[in-house]
Design a binder for this molecule. Structure first.
Ligand SMILES: [Zn+2]
Length: 271
């Protein structure tokens, strides 16, 4: 069974990665190619990018539903097919905010930087980074919302766990991967998080298996985030240093205990 689910994880993981790559490439091109970022450019960008993002979210949702169904068949070969309303797990359903409003933010970011005297290059880089973070977050929300929706109809599954995908791993994800969450709760994410979220039975225990390199990376990241951290505290239960904080738009977000919203950029929470 373990090898079956590992193979499923890999197939699903690589399908999702290719959706991420194509969506991010297409919207980045749409943002950069005009070479100007005025009001009329916002409308042109949105006409090109919003359908691409929505199609990406729907693809992630479909892939995720099919993956969970396969996982569930390992537990119960006679399980009925699940149905999923794609509109409920994509688009404005994710944040409760019109995507047109959300995808204007990279332009606002860019103009704000310009108004503060930053160079055009630096301002464009900020806008691009904001766009990428927003889109990654939305693609990941399509996944977590689908997991919550679909697993509700899978009585043998109780929890969700995450499987690190490697591409955008951060210390928070490494720690969070040692925990399980009840399936009715939206899996907490982190901006840029690309973790695979899977459903498991009540017997499953993710354990605290983190190798020395990863543990060091966690200590470094915590130190960078909090300014100080007891490096001698090797026995610290690192699971206790992360918390899930409710964010108005994107739901539970992983953060370090003691960390404020005004933390370093990489653990800040752009919306
Ligand atoms: Zn993650």
């Amino acid at each position: 069974m373990a090898s079956t689910t590992t193979r499923l994880d890999q197939q699903y993981g690589s399908s999702v990665r290719s959706v991420w790559a194509s969506v991010l490439a297409a919207i980045s091109t749409a943002f950069l190619r005009p070479g100007s970022w005025r009001d009329e450019d916002v409308a042109v960008f949105q006409r090109q990018a919003l359908p691409v993002i929505l199609a990406g979210e729907r693809r992630i949702a479909s892939l995720t539903a099919a993956y969970l169904e396969q996982l569930y068949r390992v537990e119960d070969p006679r399980a009925p097919r699940v149905s999923l309303d794609l509109d409920a797990v994509t688009g404005s359903a994710l944040r409760g905010v019109d995507p047109a409003e959300v995808y204007e933010r990279p332009f606002v970011e860019l103009r704000t930087a310009l108004s503060k005297g930053e160079s055009l290059d630096a301002a464009v880089a900020r806008g691009s980074h904001r766009l990428e973070t927003i889109a990654k977050t939305d693609l990941q929300l399509a996944r977590t919302h689908t997991v919550r929706e679909v697993s509700a109809d899978m009585p043998r599954f109780t929890y969700t766990v995450r499987v690190l995908q490697g591409e955008y791993d951060c210390a928070l994800c490494m720690i969070a991967a040692t925990q399980r969450y009840h399936k009715r709760d939206l899996a907490p994410i982190h901006p840029g998080c690309d973790c695979l979220v899977k459903t498991v039975t009540a017997d499953y225990d993710p354990g605290q298996v983190i190798d020395e390199d990863r543990l060091n990376a966690i200590h470094d990241a915590v130190e960078a985030a909090l300014g100080t951290f007891d490096r001698g505290g090797r026995a610290v239960d690192y699971r206790k240093i992360i918390i899930a904080r409710e964010h108005g738009e994107i739901g539970p977000v992983l953060g370090y205990r003691g960390q404020r919203f005004t933390g370093p950029d990489d653990i800040n929470i752009p919306t």
